[in-house]
Write a protein that binds this ligand. Structure first.
Ligand code: ZN
Length: 578
C-alpha cells in the first residue's frame, strides 16, 4: 500500500475526551473514527488489524472443527420471549419495530437464534456433537459507552455455540474450546489470565471461565495466586479461611455488651479514625433487599460484601442495597447505625467476622454503637459463610500463598450453558434409546474489537503503537527520506516491490513530507519493522529498525530483506499471507 493515497489521518494532538491509552492511540494513528457514542468506523489500518485478529480466531475455530455460520443481527422479539429474556434483558437490548409494527431486537448475543436453528434442523443424536460459530457485529445499548472499542455499543464478536447429547460431551467440547482460546490470545500477543468466574450471573448451571487481559484500565478485578495457577474474578474468588476463623472464636469471657454514644459517627471511615488500632474489631452490617425481602449481611469493617456470593447463598434473582427508608424500618435507626444485635431480619455473617472474639457494631439506634459485641452470644450465627470480597493480604484457597489483585479486561469467556435455552425453546433430539432429550449447550465468546483495544493497552510506548507481528496492519514500513531524490525513490520502490512479491505486506511512505513528520507517523502507527532509504541509497544501503529496537542498523539491501523475512516469517505463515 502506498501511503500517499492511504486513508490514514494521523493526529498530533491527543484527543481530550479519550481516557484509555488504546482509544487515544487508535484515534491518533488513524485506525478508527467515532460516528456516535460507542459507534466507530474502522479506517483501513484498523480494518486490517481487525481482519488479522479475525483470521486468527477463524483459524483456531476451524482447527477444532467448529463450523462457521452467519446468523442474523435482526431477531424477532418472539424468540426472545420464548427464552424469557425479552422482558429481563433491560435497556441494553436495542429494540425496534418494522413497518408492520412487529417487534425486533438487534442481537447482543445469539443463543435464541442458534437454539431455534438446531431445534428446527436437528432431530437425532447422530448429528451431534455440533459446534457452530460466527464473527459478527453485536449491539448493546450501553449506558456509558467509553474507552473506545473497549466498551462500545456496536462491536465485533466471535460467538460459538456447542450442542451435545450428554454432559461428558459438553465437558470435552468445553476443554477443546478452552485450549483454542489459549492459542488465540497467545497468538495475539496478549498478556492474560484464564480465571474462574461465577456462573449464576449468566444463568447457566456449570463451569465458566473468563479470559482477562491484564491492564490498568480494566473494569474487572482478577485475583491470582503467586504460588499456583489459581485465578478467579473478584466475584468468584475465595480466600483461604484465616487461622482465627478455623480455630473459631476463643471461649474466654468477653465483657458484657456496652452501649456507646457516638454522635454523628455514621461511616466505617469515621469509626476507623476514632478507634485507631481497635478498628480491626469493627463489624460492618449492610441491609439488602433480596427478591423483595430485607436481609442483613455482616462483614469485618475492612472487608467488602461480595453481593454475588450473597445472592448465590440466598438463591435470589435480585439483590440490591436497601434504601434509607427500608433501613429505618428494619433497624429503627437511620443509615449508619445498623448492627447485628436484635435484628429481626435474616442475618448473614461472614465467617471471618463470625470469628471475632468481640467487636464494635452499630446499635440500631441513632448516634449509638455497641462495644464488646460477641458473635454467638449477642446475636445468632444461623447463616455463616463466605460473603466477602477477597482483598490484598488474603491467602490462596489452594496453596496458602499470597493472592495478588490485578485489573483486567474481559476479552473472552467460555461457559457451560446446559439446557437453559434448549428447554425453553424446545431443542430436543432422539437419544440412543429413542427417547427425546434436551440438547446440552455451551457458549463461547470473544470480543474481537475489544481484543484489539486490549492488545494496544499492552503494546505501546511514548511514541505510539508497538504492534505484535500477528496483528500488525502491515509488516514493513518503507520510508524514503526524500521521495523527490531519484536514487532514494528508485531503491524504495524496488524494496517495496520485492517485499510484496515475497509475501511481506509493506507500506511505502511516498508522501512529500518532511522527514520528521514521516518518522513521527511511523512510530505512531508502529509497524514491526522500518526500512529507511536515505543518503546511502546510491550504495544500496538502508537503515533497518525493528519498532522496539533502540537503534537502527545500516544494512545492505539484500541483508535487510533477509532480516525482514526472518522477522515476519513466523507470523506470515499464521495469517493471511500464504
Ligand atoms: Zn495458590
Amino acid at each position: 500500500m502506498r501511503q500517499q493515497n492511504l486513508l490514514m489521518p494521523t493526529l498530533r494532538e491527543v484527543p481530550s475526551d479519550a481516557e484509555a491509552v488504546s482509544h487515544r492511540l487508535m484515534l491518533r494513528a488513524g485506525l478508527i473514527r467515532p460516528l456516535a457514542a460507542g459507534v466507530y468506523t474502522y479506517l483501513p489500518l484498523g480494518r486490517r488489524a481487525l481482519r488479522k485478529a479475525e483470521a486468527i480466531v477463524r483459524e483456531e475455530m476451524d482447527r477444532i472443527g467448529a463450523q462457521e455460520v452467519l446468523l442474523p443481527a435482526m431477531q424477532p422479539a418472539e424468540l426472545w420471549r420464548e427464552s424469557g429474556r425479552y422482558g429481563v434483558y433491560g435497556p441494553e437490548l436495542v429494540r425496534l419495530r418494522d413497518r408492520h409494527d412487529r417487534e425486533f431486537a438487534l442481537g447482543p448475543t445469539h443463543e435464541e437464534v442458534v437454539t431455534a436453528l438446531v431445534r428446527d434442523e436437528i432431530s437425532s443424536y447422530r448429528k451431534l456433537p455440533l459446534t457452530v460459530y460466527q464473527i459478527q457485529t453485536k449491539f448493546r445499548d450501553e449506558r456509558r459507552p467509553r474507552y473506545g472499542l473497549l466498551r462500545g455499543r456496536e462491536f465485533l464478536m466471535k460467538d460459538a455455540y456447542s450442542f451435545d447429547t450428554d454432559w461428558e460431551g459438553l465437558d470435552a467440547t468445553y476443554r477443546v474450546m478452552y485450549e483454542a482460546y489459549h492459542r488465540i490470545f497467545t497468538r495475539c500477543g496478549l498478556i492474560y489470565r484464564a480465571v474462574e468466574a461465577d456462573a449464576g450471573a449468566i444463568g447457566g448451571e456449570g463451569e465458566t471461565h473468563e479470559f482477562m487481559a491484564l491492564a490498568e484500565i480494566g473494569e474487572d478485578t482478577v485475583v491470582a495466586c503467586s504460588g499456583c495457577d489459581y485465578a478467579a474474578n473478584l466475584e468468584k474468588a475465595e480466600a483461604a479461611v484465616s487461622q482465627q476463623a478455623q480455630a473459631g472464636a476463643d471461649e474466654g469471657a468477653a465483657p458484657p455488651l456496652e452501649r456507646w454514644h457516638t454522635p454523628d459517627i455514621r461511616t466505617i471511615a469515621q469509626l476507623t479514625e476514632l478507634l485507631g488500632p481497635e478498628a480491626s474489631r469493627l463489624m460492618k452490617t449492610l441491609l439488602y433487599v433480596a427478591d423483595g425481602k430485607p436481609v442483613a449481611v455482616m462483614v469485618r469493617g475492612a472487608d467488602e460484601v461480595n453481593e454475588v456470593k450473597v445472592q448465590r447463598y440466598l438463591g435470589a434473582e435480585q439483590l440490591e442495597l436497601a434504601d434509607a427508608e427500608t433501613v429505618q424500618t428494619v433497624t429503627g435507626a437511620p443509615v449508619g447505625f445498623a448492627g447485628p444485635v436484635g435484628l429481626s431480619v435474616p442475618l448473614l455473617v461472614d465467617r471471618e467476622a463470625a470469628a471475632l472474639s468481640e467487636g464494635i457494631a452499630g446499635a440500631n439506634e441513632r448516634d449509638y454503637h455497641y462495644r464488646h459485641v460477641r458473635p454467638g452470644r449477642d446475636f445468632a450465627l444461623a447463616h455463616t459463610g463466605d460473603f466477602r470480597e477477597v482483598r490484598l493480604g488474603d491467602r490462596c484457597v489452594r496453596c496458602g500463598e499470597p493472592l495478588t489483585l490485578y485489573r483486567g479486561i474481559e476479552v473472552g469467556h467460555v461457559f457451560k450453558l446446559g439446557t437453559k435455552y434448549s428447554t425453553a425453546l424446545g431443542a430436543r433430539v432422539a437419544g440412543v434409546s429413542g427417547t427425546e432429550q434436551d440438547v446440552i449447550m455451551g457458549c463461547y465468546g470473544i470480543g474481537v474489537s475489544r481484543l484489539l483495544s486490549a492488545v494496544l493497552e499492552q503494546h505501546h510506548d511514548e511514541q505510539g503503537i508497538v504492534w505484535p507481528l500477528s496483528l500488525a496492519p502491515f509488516y514493513a514500513h518503507i520510508l524514503p527520506v526524500s521521495i523527490t531524490d531519484n536514487a532514494q525513490r528508485e531503491l524504495a520502490e524496488e524494496l517495496y516491490n520485492r517485499l510484496q512479491s515475497l509475501g511481506v505486506e509493506a507500506l511505502l511512505d511516498d508522501r512529500e513530507e518532511r522527514p520528521g513528520v514521516k518518522f513521527k507517523d511511523a512510530d505512531l502507527i508502529g509497524l514491526p519493522v522500518r526500512l529507511v532509504v536515505g543518503k546511502r541509497a546510491g550504495e544500496r544501503v538502508v537503515e533497518y529498525k525493528e519498532r522496539q529496537a533502540p537503534e537502527a542498523e545500516s544494512l545492505a539491501v539484500e541483508e535487510a530483506i533477509r532480516r525482514v523475512l526472518e522477522l515476519v516469517k513466523p507470523s506470515a505463515s499464521f495469517v493471511g499471507v500464504k
